[in-house]
Ligand binder design. Structure first.
Ligand SMILES: [Fe+2]
Length: 382
């Protein structure tokens, strides 16, 4: 059933084509139907529409035998050579029933090269007045039946093509807005997640260090040592965040024991040592990879390379590398800062004490890397 009647230059018949356009959810299908209508009603070999992009005409969609003119979606032609630019500028009429008898078209190389016998082209203009490109029909042969009513019909179709493209444009804009909103909320979640981790580690540290400075230094030092070992940037950043949770389990240690200013009894020491298991239990089931890494570090940062640490007495590479790294960063930071029962050690004395534990408390390879970087000042001095 013909949905258009070119004799009136306007859509006719039931159901109305405009209604079908509105009902269509896929603009490409709509555009194909508009092109089909143009080609059939005007009796041309091919119908197509194109966009003007800078100095080029880019074919967007064709219906009919585009290969006759080497016209396909994506075909790009310098605007200078085209009928369409001249039509848009008013230098050519919108309808050329016989290109051989038109002074301009018969002189244009494209006429012979592409073998264009007849042509109809009208501008596609958006509602804001922006010229998008052209809607065209072309045939190999001259088509003397083409008349002004066909131009009127093509203008109606061009307006519908513009509406269809604008709907797509608005959908694209909506999609972009939505994608931006999703990205922003994802970034916001990531930010708030990082901030929550930072504040949680500070809160955990508050009881025996009201600035949270120790956890931050251990985090930074661990990340620096991880970079020296050759871990990737993401792993280093994860370690920076997760290592701040190494003493998370201290939340379960009574103040009377944790804050006791004098020497701990064996029983009290055993209570303090449970902070490794408590930290692990607190964090291990998290959906967050950083928190799960925090659980593993909490569990292993008091293990010793020779197997004499706690809570499980792991030795050597049984201790995850993150645990071995944090052990070095944690002990070094403790030595370099005041404790209630002693003042801070100097850098050289602290390094000497660390070296005495090479292969005992600490992984010798990691410790060598750490000592070398520390003694030449590659690592930040805390
Ligand atoms: Fe600890």
């Amino acid at each position: 059933m013909a949905v258009f009647s070119r004799s009136e230059g306007m859509p006719s018949g039931e159901p109305s084509f405009a209604a079908t356009v509105v009902a269509s959810s896929h603009e490409r299908v709509v555009l194909e139907r508009l092109l089909t209508a143009a080609r059939r009603e005007l009796g041309m070999d091919v119908a197509y529409f194109s966009a003007f992009i800078q100095d080029s005409q880019v074919v967007r969609q064709t219906v009919g035998d585009g290969s006759l003119f080497d016209l396909h979606a994506g075909t790009t032609i310098p605007l200078e050579q085209t009928y369409c630019r001249r039509v848009a500028e008013g230098a050519l009429p919108e309808i050329i029933p016989d290109t051989g008898s038109n002074q301009i078209t018969c002189a244009l190389p494209v006429t012979g090269k592409a073998g264009i016998g007849s042509y109809v082209g009208v501008p596609i203009t958006f509602s804001d007045g922006h010229l998008y490109g052209t809607l065209c029909c072309a045939s190999r042969d001259a088509n003397p039946s083409l008349a002004e009513r066909d131009v009127a019909f093509m203008h109606v179709l061009a307006r519908m093509v513009a509406e269809s493209l604008e709907r797509d444009r608005h959908h694209d804009a909506d999609r972009e807005r939505l994608e931006r909103a999703v990205m922003m909320s994802a970034a916001d979640i990531a930010d708030s997640h990082a901030e929550m981790l930072r504040r949680l580690s500070m809160a955990l540290e508050y009881r025996d260090d009201d600035t949270g400075a120790h956890v931050n230094r251990v985090g930074d030092k661990s990340a620096e040592l991880a970079a020296l070992v050759g871990l990737g940037e993401t792993e280093c950043e994860m370690l920076r965040a997760a290592s701040k949770l190494h003493d998370a389990g201290k939340v379960g240690i009574p103040d009377a024991v944790l804050l006791k200013p004098s020497r701990l009894t064996a029983e009290e020491r055993a209570i303090v040592e449970t902070h490794t298991d408590i930290g692990h239990a607190l964090l291990k089931d998290s959906k967050s990879a950083v928190l799960r890494l925090g659980a593993m570090i909490a569990w292993t940062h008091h293990e010793k390379f020779d197997g004499t640490g706690y809570p499980r007495g792991l030795a050597g590479e049984e201790i995850p590398i993150e645990g071995r790294i944090v052990a070095i960063a944690d002990v070094y930071d403790a030595l370099r800062h005041d404790r209630v029962y002693r003042p801070a050690f100097s850098r050289s004395r602290a390094l000497e004490m660390m070296h005495a534990e090479r292969g005992r408390h600490f992984d010798p390879v990691l410790l060598d890397l750490f000592m070398r970087a520390e003694s030449v000042g590659t690592l930040r001095d805390f």
